[in-house]
Each structure stands twice: as C-alpha cells, then as structure tokens.
Design a protein around this ligand. Structure first.
Ligand SMILES: [Fe+2]
Length: 157
C-alpha cells in the first residue's frame, strides 16, 4: 500500500531511494564510529581530537536526518535500524578498546575516504534522475570532504 506519494516515477524513486538508503546507513555508522572513538581516545592530542570527533558526530547525525527525511518525502521508507546499519554500512570496522590518537586520525581518514567515495558514486547514479536529491548529496559531500581535509592535515607529522 502506498502511504506517501512522491513526485518521481516509480523507477526513479527506487534509484534515488537506494542512493539515500545507502547514504543513510553510512552516516549513522559514521556517527557511531566517531562516538566510539570520542569515548575511547587517548594520547597527547586528546583534547582537540575529542572535540573534533563530536563535530563529525553532529555532521553525520544532522545529515542522516536530512537524508532520511528526503527519502520519506519521496515516498520511500528510510531504514535506520541497528541491524540494517550493521548489515549494509560501507564504513570500515573500528576496533574495540582504547584508541590511540594517531590511530584514530588514520581511521577517520580511511573512513571519510570510504564514505565520500560512496556518496560521490551515488551522485553520479542519480544526477540525471533527481536534481533535488543530487543537491543534498553534493552539500553533504562538501562537508565530508572538509572534515576529511582536517583529519588528513593532522595525519602528517
Ligand atoms: Fe562527549
């Protein structure tokens, strides 16, 4: 049964929905990974990195909400359940336990690279289908690439 009727033809809705869903789980997983690092961090750069990780969490959570609500507006049910995140996220696994500052920075560089690659690929897939969603994903990519730059800059000693 159709609950919400979106503006796109069904086939286009499915393509855009898949792009939004894949982005949603990556952002939710990124927010969890950054919090895990925020809590387990140790090392000389603790204070700045501890705060920086919460900036990642805020960005990931805010954009996860925007992405999920874009899906809903298109008539596509977003799925942010824990099992769905665990089963479909493209975010690299973050190890358990205490996390040294240099290792956390390296992990964030790799994670941002994976998430950005995914979002950029999805922009290519949907650019001819829905410019509004494309615009949303472009804004997200700019923010992710800004934060990726900052972690890369910290990764060069
Ligand atoms: Fe905190």
């Amino acid at each position: 049964m159709t609950i919400i009727t979106g503006p796109l033809p069904e086939q286009d809705s499915r393509a855009v929905g898949a792009a939004l869903q894949a982005t949603l789980v990556d952002l939710l997983d990124l927010s969890l990974m950054a919090k895990q690092a925020h809590w387990n961090l140790y090392g000389a750069r603790f204070r700045s990195l501890h705060l920086q990780l919460d900036e990642v969490v805020t960005t990931a959570r805010d954009y996860a909400d925007t992405v999920a609500e874009r899906a809903a507006a298109l008539g596509i049910s977003p799925d942010g359940r824990a099992a769905t995140i665990a089963g479909t996220s493209g975010v690299p696994t973050f190890p358990p336990g205490w996390a040294r500052d240099a290792d956390v920075i390296e992990a964030l560089v790799l994670t941002f690279s994976a998430v950005i690659d995914g979002v950029r690929a999805r922009i290519g897939e949907i650019s001819s289908v829905d410019a509004v969603t494309e615009d949303l994903l472009i804004g997200l990519t700019a923010e992710l690439e800004k934060q990726s730059w900052m972690f890369q800059a910290e990764n060069r000693l």
